[in-house]
Design a protein around this ligand. Structure first.
Ligand SMILES: Nc1ncnc2c1ncn2[C@@H]1O[C@H](COP(=O)(O)OP(=O)(O)OP(=O)(O)O)[C@@H](O)[C@H]1O
Length: 295
């Protein structure tokens, strides 16, 4: 029997035109395996609603055509109705962290072929104050950058890199009280990432040893560092050796509580949110089915 798949296309993700996507789907999807529909998200949270309605109507798969924010909304929609429905990803974002971690090709035709292969991997997901995330959440500098970037109309990698350099000099590290699986600790940190996958996106690996199906998050604490160390840290991110840096501590955990003195930004899969001082993060082991490349 053919499976029903809905493609949820985010027209703004990655700052890239989606004009060719419809035709590429028509030409490359295996129509013996799938009956398809397509829909465009028209605002923040619309992809979640589209995905939720599709799964409610009995769709087997919803494919997010976008970046990590679109994947977040589509996966949230799926999980709110039926954890047996599957997530597909056609990467079209600025960073595509989850897609890259799962080795889903950046090329649209090849990513459609992954859907045709029909190989399912069950992954962990997590929540931050009850809000789901799938790739990475964080507090500190990366959350600050997400909040800045959200006001930047130009999406894409170059805008992101510009924001990082502009803010790097102005940003002050914060004090955090952490409880990591019941163990209390105080940390001064430039940022803290709660990593389900290894990377933020663009192959910047903050938690190179993270396993997306191990029932654990990798808590990557980046300590304050002198400005001249930034190129070395950037190299460590890109070479998958961040865990070996003297400025990065990684702790594996199921449940983390974070208390900071002031309200501030957090990010969930790159999308910013303002929160008060207390943050609770929890893993949900093996809770989402994703279509991934067969080996
Ligand atoms: N029609 C729309 N107009 C404005 N915003 C939209 C629209 N459709 C979806 N969105 C929002 O766009 C945001 C960004 O999408 P997404 O994260 O996929 O792209 P990106 O930020 O470029 O990629 P990445 O997260 O991989 O870096 C999402 O949070 C989503 O809510």
């Amino acid at each position: 029997m053919r499976k029903n798949i809905l493609f949820v296309i985010n027209p703004i993700s990655g700052g890239k035109s989606k004009k060719r996507v419809e035709q590429l789907i028509i030409d490359n999807l295996d129509h013996e395996k799938y009956e398809y529909e397509m829909a465009y998200s028209n605002a923040v949270d619309h992809a979640r609603k589209l995905s939720r309605s599709a799964v409610h109507l009995g769709f087997d798969t919803v494919a997010a055509v976008g970046g990590d924010g679109t994947v977040n909304e589509v996966a949230k929609g799926i999980m709110s109705i039926n954890a047996n429905a599957e997530l597909g990803i056609i990467p079209f974002g600025s960073g595509n962290g989850l897609a890259r971690h799962l080795r889903i090709p950046m090329d649209v035709k090849k990513a459609i072929d992954v859907l045709n292969q029909n190989t399912v991997k069950v992954i962990d997901t997590a929540t931050l104050n009850g809000e789901p995330f799938f790739n990475m959440a964080g507090v500190g500098f990366d959350a600050h950058i997400s909040a800045m970037f959200a006001h930047n109309k130009k999406r894409g990698l170059s805008g992101y890199v510009k924001s990082v350099f502009r803010e790097l000099n102005n940003y002050n590290s914060d004090d955090y009280e952490l409880t990591v699986d019941g163990k209390s600790m105080s940390k001064k940190a430039f940022m803290i990432s709660f990593a389900n996958s290894t990377q933020f996106g663009n192959n910047a690996h903050i938690a190179p040893l993270a396993d997306i199906s191990d029932g654990l998050l990798d808590v990557a604490i980046v300590k304050p560092f002198p400005f001249y160390q930034f190129p070395m840290l950037a190299w460590r991110l890109m070479s998958g050796t961040a865990h070996r840096s003297a400025f990065v501590e990684v702790i594996k955990a199921k449940e983390i509580k974070v208390i900071r003195k002031e309200n501030g930004a957090v990010h969930l899969d790159g999308e910013p949110k303002m929160l008060n001082g207390q943050i609770d993060i929890k893993i949900r082991p093996l809770s989402l089915k994703v279509l991934v490349p067969s080996l």
